[in-house]
Ligand binder design. Structure first.
Ligand SMILES: [Fe+2]
Length: 480
């Protein structure tokens, strides 16, 4: 087995398995350790930063150009391929033969006040209407790519309807729609809209907010969309002085906009809840008069005065530390009130995924990456957990200190008999062997705890990255 020499670099965001790879490869019919299940087919794709040119600025881990790593499963056969997302910014730099933008820590690009930050499209990837769509967490033009070849087809502007969307806009695999939102420093601070399965814009509204905020994700049910307004905001004074700083306002509530999928701004019902901040939603659904949302917000800690320690939360967020719990909100459409509860505060988990067929529907199981408690030391992503959202119970697998897991995808069996009848597929980095591999876990019942049923060592490492998606062959074919 060939492994790759790791480049030595003084910047942690570019060292070890954070260093970019420079090859675009296709590896077919990869040898499997264990037994690769033959009863599923589909595509697992992961996005992440992978700088094309060596950075010449104070590099931040979020700065690299987007690169997709795709694993195709076909009834026991496995192949891998990777390609850069050919954004307009990257194409411009390739034509110039050098970097033209800087990054989060030194944002302004001279001569381009319209685009001071580079839209790397490096954050999330989803499947919509026959194409992969890559998205950027700061809101930017999404890009469309061919799911077979990973070739960039161009900006996904849907006939000029979109100029920017947030990284966690969500396709609905039941209807083929793409539900999107964006956020910006200038008004309109937030917009929400729907693109049809025919790639035509169907709906768009402005979501009225008192000022700019920092939403990261949205939630969808069968009939409603839930948009987030947490009391975490950019420090605008620091911003004016050229520094990027977030401020948490512990005396203000969290606010959630519940809006019918095709509702107008006047149809929005605002619900308030305890002050919080959350990156990722697990799922949402309707139950009687209630809209239920489950997610993994940051854990709040009390200061010496017994109130929320806002500075501690800001530090946790700024330093990208991992300190999360599993939480549920229930919005009562009849009374306008919110009920909320901790589902689990024992484990520290994030990057939640579910069986995609259950998005927007009541579901029981979610799968997360589990971190060491506190999460204050060097980043470690050593395990996976299957949660029972009803009871807070869980089944977990940890590979010990040697593995670093990526956001997984849930791959249903060809003819699934239950929500958890399928596999968890993911990429894992083993620093001891300096090797990346694909791993497949059986999700049914308690089998996750038994470890991977199949491992596929890769001929070259896959750098650590951000978000991933799994698209079953059925869904690929249905919305082609
Ligand atoms: Fe995210």
């Amino acid at each position: 087995m060939q492994t790759t020499e790791l480049p030595v670099h003084e910047i942690p965001a570019l060292s070890g398995n954070n260093a970019p790879v420079h090859q675009e490869d296709l590896f077919e019919d990869l040898p499997v350790i264990g037994e690769m299940p033959r009863d599923f087919a589909g595509l697992y794709v992961r996005n992440g930063p992978n700088a094309f040119f060596a950075p010449t600025w104070r590099y931040h881990a979020y700065d690299g150009d987007g690169m997709l790593h795709a694993v195709r499963f076909d009834h026991g056969r496995v192949s891998y391929r990777n390609r850069w997302v050919r954004t307009e910014a990257l194409s411009e730099e390739q034509a110039a033969g050098r970097t033209l933008w800087k990054g989060l820590k030194e944002p302004m690009r001279k001569g381009r006040p319209d685009q001071p930050m580079k839209n790397t499209s490096n954050t999330d990837v989803k499947y919509h209407a026959g194409r992969l769509i890559t998205m950027w967490y700061r809101s930017g033009m999404p890009y469309a790519l061919d799911p077979m070849t990973l070739e960039t087809l161009g900006p996904a502007d849907y006939d000029g309807a979109l100029d920017r969307i947030s990284a966690h806009s969500r396709p609905d695999e039941h209807t083929g729609e793409l539900l999107w939102f964006d956020y910006a420093l200038q008004a309109p601070y937030m917009r929400y809209g729907v693109i049809g399965p025919d790639r035509r814009a169907r709906h768009a509204i402005e979501v009225p907010l008192p000022g700019p905020n920092l939403p990261h994700d949205m939630a969808v049910t069968e009939h409603y969309t839930i948009l987030h307004d947490f009391p975490l905001r950019l420090d605008l004074e620091a911003m004016a002085a050229g520094r990027y700083k977030v401020r948490f306002h512990p005396d203000e509530p969290s606010r959630f906009a519940v809006v019918p999928r095709y509702g107008q701004a006047s149809d929005i019902r605002w619900f308030t809840a305890r002050p919080s901040y959350m990156l990722h939603v697990v799922n949402a659904w309707e139950e009687g008069d209630e809209v239920v949302m489950v997610g993994t917000p940051y854990r709040m800690h009390a200061g010496e005065d017994g109130r929320i320690d806002a500075r501690r939360l800001e530090r946790t967020i700024n330093q990208r530390q991992r300190d999360f719990l599993l939480y549920e909100w229930r919005f009562d459409l009849r009374t306008g009130t919110t009920r909320e509860r901790v589902i689990d505060d024992v484990l520290n988990t994030e990057f939640p995924v579910i069986n995609g067929a259950y998005q927007g529907r009541p579901n029981r199981w979610s799968y997360h990456i589990v971190f060491p408690p506190g999460g204050r030391e060097e980043p470690r992503f050593p395990g996976l957990v299957k949660y029972d959202l009803r009871t807070g119970g869980y089944i977990a697998f940890s590979a010990g200190p040697q593995y670093f897991y990526n956001e997984p995808g849930f791959a249903p069996r060809d003819e699934p008999r239950s929500e958890d009848d399928g596999y968890l597929v993911t990429l894992a980095w083993n620093p001891a062997d300096m090797r990346s591999e694909i791993q497949v876990f059986d999700c049914l019942g308690a089998r996750l705890a038994e470890g991977p049923v199949a491992r596929v060592p890769l001929p070259r490492r896959v750098p650590n990255g951000f978000h991933a998606t799994y698209v079953s062959q059925k869904t690929l074919d249905r919305w082609k």
